[in-house]
Write a protein that binds this ligand. Structure first.
Ligand code: NAD
Length: 350
């Protein structure tokens, strides 16, 4: 399996492979950059079809974390861990302890936390072997589930997008389609409903749909119909790659702003959305609330006012990106990439 000539290799500082025969752990930890501080990013557990797919994922995700952390104004670099295996059948305390030993062996170059397929409960076992873990529910600085903070960041970002497009950031009466009403989308729907937005929601989990609909008054739509709704805002909070050649012509929205990671199937989708007159809030900028929450724990003392101040600053950065796109016509995702890389380069020079 090639690494240095891999198409997703982006001058990563380190790519580390770990296995533990006893617990069945097979894991890759990629440290993309430590220019801004120790690398931080969650650990994903997934039934990858092969180790090549896991490598590709961890290379891309860790690079993305460098830019996300830079845009969130955090003294953290970018890293990510992937555990190869089905989280429904392969989890065990021993496996997460082995993961903890792997993280510990990097000596603080990388901090882990929960991500898709991994829970705060699993992280307790990681903590037994290493200090370099956050997103815990217990302990002096525990930050717990980051989703409410991620959702608040997206809520603020949607308001900013509304202001840019409609001149008023008030969601009242605005039509908003929320794709995925899990941890992030569920909280987001509550916040928007409290502002009297007109919500449309979809998910593949029917129980979650009916409870969120009951709590928010949202109208339920089928998963595939959500792309065709004429709405003011489309908010993806489920899967990545929701903007691709197939969905692009279907969107009838003015704004795409949501929490899902890697929303654009390819980078050029940003330009194509702009050409269609759709304002796109770059995913790793608008969804940085979760890592801000985790960073509060890594700092050693959880301070909600520090988190809120960072969220507001992040939202101001989003507004700057959108304003620059308005002036220059450059795609918002490309502006974000440029700014994030410049922040990292400036620190490296310093
Ligand atoms: P989650 O698993 O709690 O929620 C995802 C929801 O999407 C689930 O309810 C699931 O049923 C639904 N879903 C899956 N496939 C779908 C489909 N085809 N159509 C409609 N709905 C579908 O996850 P989450 O923590 O809410 O995260 C949501 C997204 O935000 C993910 O992409 C995640 O990587 C990203 N994100 C989350 C955080 C966080 O703090 N949790 C932070 C940054 C980014």
């Amino acid at each position: 399996m090639s690494v240095f000539d891999h198409s997703s290799f982006a001058e990563h500082e380190g790519v580390h492979f770990f296995s533990d025969a006893q617990s069945g752990l097979k894991c890759i930890i990629a440290v993309h950059s430590t220019a801004l501080g120790p690398a931080a990013g969650g650990c994903r557990m997934w039934a990858y079809p092969d180790s090549g797919a896991a490598l590709r994922d961890v290379l891309r995700l860790s690079e993305g974390m460098s830019y996300k952390n830079a845009m969130a104004g955090l003294d953290l670099g970018g890293g990510k861990a992937v555990v190869i295996g089905d989280p429904r059948t392969m989890k065990s305390p021993a496996l997460f302890r082995a993961l903890g030993r792997a993280v510990e062996s990097l000596g603080g170059h990388y901090y882990t936390a929960e991500d898709v397929g991994v829970s705060t409960d699993d992280m307790r076992h990681v903590r037994e072997e290493t200090r370099f873990v956050a997103g815990l529910t217990e302990g002096a600085a525990a930050s717990g589930d980051p989703s409410p903070v991620t959702a608040r960041g997206i809520y603020l970002g949607i308001r900013t997008c509304l202001r840019m497009v409609f001149g008023s950031e008030d969601p009242a009466g605005r039509t908003i389609a929320v794709q995925g009403i899990g941890h992030v989308g569920g909280h987001l729907a509550q916040m928007l409903a409290a502002d009297n937005a007109r919500l449309f929601i979809t998910d593949i989990n029917a129980d979650a749909l009916s409870s969120v609909a009951a709590a928010t008054g949202a109208q339920i739509v089928a998963p595939d119909s959500i792309y065709d709704l004429p709405v003011d805002v489309f908010s993806p909070n489920a899967l990545g790659a929701v903007v691709d050649e197939n969905t692009l012509p279907r969107f009838r929205t003015r704004i795409i702003a949501g929490g899902a990671n890697n929303q654009l199937a390819t980078r050029d989708m940003g330009e194509k959305l702009a050409a269609r007159g759709i304002l796109y809030a770059p995913d790793y900028v608008i969804n940085g609330g979760g890592i801000i929450n985790v960073a509060a724990e890594i700092r050693g003392a959880y301070d909600p006012s520090w988190v809120e101040a960072k969220l507001r600053k992040l939202n101001a950065s989003l507004a700057e990106i959108l304003a620059e796109a308005g002036e220059t016509g450059e795609a918002t995702n490309l502006i974000a990439d440029r700014l994030a890389k410049a922040r990292i380069a400036a620190r490296m020079r310093a």
